[in-house]
Design a protein around this ligand. Structure first.
Ligand code: AKG
Ligand code: FE2
Length: 359
C-alpha cells in the first residue's frame, strides 16, 4: 500500500455529507449548507500576475527560484505536454462530470479511500460545503470507469487510456520541474537518492485529481466556495485549468487574494509543503482557493508529485549552516498527511524545530 492510501485509511471521513457532492444540475438556489456568509469570500481584484516561465528560457532556473521564493506558484509554457493531450483530458473530465448523478455515485470514494468520485477531502475542516465535485485516481482508473460507463466499453477504454497517458506525461514533467527546483536551490541530485536511475524501485508517489466547478446561478453565487483555502502537501502540484473562467486565486502576505489568469496551454505549478521543507522554508507553499462563476463552468486537473513511501524529507544539506539551522525535522509524506488530516493547515508546524523546541 502506498503512503497516501495508508494515511487516508487511518483517517476516515465519518460524515457522508463531506463525501457526497450535491446534484448541482437540479439546483438553482444556493443552499444554506453551501453559503459561506460567515466566512466572507472577499474578492480582491489585485492587479499583477503570477510569473510565467518559458521552460526553454536560458534563465529558467533563476526565474523558478525567484518565483518559488516570492510567489510559491508560477505558470509554465513550452513544457512539452502536447496541447492535444491537455484538450483530451479536459473533454474526458467534462464527460465524466456531466454524467447523471446516480452514475457518478456508483464510483463514490469510500470514507477511508482515496480514489473515486466525491467532494474535496478538506471539506471536513470547514463549517460550509464546497460548490465542486472531484474524481481522483492513482494509475489506472479502470475499477471506477467500469462503474461509470457500465455498458460502454469504448468510453471506459477512452477514459482510462487518456488518464493513464496523462499521468505518464505528468510524472516526467513533474520530475523535470522538481529537479529544476532542487538545482535552483544549489542542491545536488545526489542528495535526492531516490531520483537516481538505480533506485527506480523507489518510485515517487503521485495522485491525479480532476475537479469540476458547476455554474452557480443564484444571485448569491459570490457566497459559494469552489475549493476552500489550503496548501498542497506534495512537493509540487501541476495544474491544467480550463480557460473558461478566472477562478483560481493565491494568497500573498500583505497583498491578499490574487487571481491566477488562465493561459491557453500553460500549466500552473504550485510549491507544496514538502518542497517548503526541502528548501528549509525558502520556497513558499502557497495558500490557494477557487471561486465559482454564475455563467461559466470550470474544470481542472491537478497532479500531485511527492516522494516515495518511507522516504523522509529534510532540508537540503547545502542550505544548512551555523546561521541557518534546519527549520524542520525529517518527515515522510505519510506523517505530514496524518498531521494535516488532524490539524489541517496547522499540520506542517508540528514538524518545525523552532516551534517544537519552544514548546
Ligand atoms: O481547481 C483548481 O484550480 C485547484 C484545485 C486544487 O487546489 C486541488 O485539487 O488541490
Ligand atoms: Fe490545491
Amino acid at each position: 500500500m502506498n503512503s497516501i492510501t495508508e494515511s487516508f485509511k487511518s483517517n476516515p471521513i465519518h460524515d457522508l455529507n463531506n463525501i457526497i457532492p450535491l446534484d448541482f444540475k437540479t439546483l438553482n438556489k444556493l443552499p444554506d449548507s453551501h453559503k459561506w456568509t460567515d466566512h466572507p469570500i472577499a474578492n480582491s481584484f489585485t492587479v499583477g500576475s503570477v510569473p510565467i516561465i518559458n521552460l526553454s528560457d536560458p534563465d529558467a532556473i533563476s526565474l523558478i527560484r525567484h518565483a518559488c521564493e516570492k510567489w510559491g506558484v508560477f505558470q509554465v509554457t513550452n513544457h512539452g505536454i502536447p496541447l492535444n493531450l491537455l484538450k483530451q483530458v479536459e473533454l474526458q473530465t467534462l464527460r465524466l462530470f456531466s454524467l447523471p448523478v446516480d452514475q457518478k455515485l456508483s464510483a463514490l470514494r469510500s470514507p477511508d479511500g482515496i480514489t473515486g468520485y466525491g467532494q474535496p477531502r478538506i471539506s471536513t475542516f470547514f463549517p460550509k460545503l464546497m460548490w465542486s465535485e472531484g474524481f481522483s485516481m492513482m494509475g489506472s482508473p479502470i475499477e471506477h470507469a467500469t462503474k461509470l460507463w457500465p455498458h460502454q466499453q469504448d468510453h471506459q477504454a477512452n477514459f482510462c487510456n487518456i488518464m493513464e497517458e496523462y499521468q505518464k506525461e505528468m510524472k516526467k514533467e513533474s520530475e523535470k520541474i522538481f529537479k529544476l527546483m532542487v538545482e535552483s536551490l544549489g542542491g545536488t541530485l545526489d542528495e535526492v537518492e531516490w531520483l537516481k536511475p538505480t533506485m527506480s524501485c523507489k518510485d515517487p508517489q503521485t495522485l491525479l485529481q480532476l475537479n469540476s466547478y458547476p455554474v452557480c446561478t443564484d444571485s448569491d453565487f459570490g457566497c459559494a466556495m469552489g475549493f476552500a483555502p489550503h496548501t498542497d502537501s506534495s512537493f509540487l502540484r501541476v495544474l491544467y485549468q480550463s480557460t473558461t473562467t478566472m477562478a483560481l486565486q493565491i494568497f500573498r502576505d500583505n497583498i491578499g487574494w490574487m487571481p491566477v489568469h488562465p493561459i491557453s496551454g500553460a500549466l500552473v505549478v504550485n510549491v507544496g509543503d514538502l518542497m517548503h521543507i526541502l528548501s528549509n522554508g525558502q520556497f513558499n507553499s502557497v495558500l490557494h482557493r477557487v471561486l465559482v462563476n454564475n455563467t461559466h463552468p470550470r474544470v481542472s486537473a491537478a497532479y500531485f508529485y511527492g516522494p516515495p513511501r518511507d522516504v523522509k524529507i529534510s532540508p537540503l544539506i547545502n542550505l544548512i549552516d551555523h546561521d541557518h539551522p534546519p527549520l524542520f525535522c525529517p518527515v515522510s509524506w505519510k506523517e505530514l498527511l496524518d498531521a494535516k488530516a488532524k490539524h489541517f493547515n496547522k499540520g506542517l508546524e508540528l514538524f518545525r524545530n523552532d516551534i517544537v523546541t519552544a514548546k
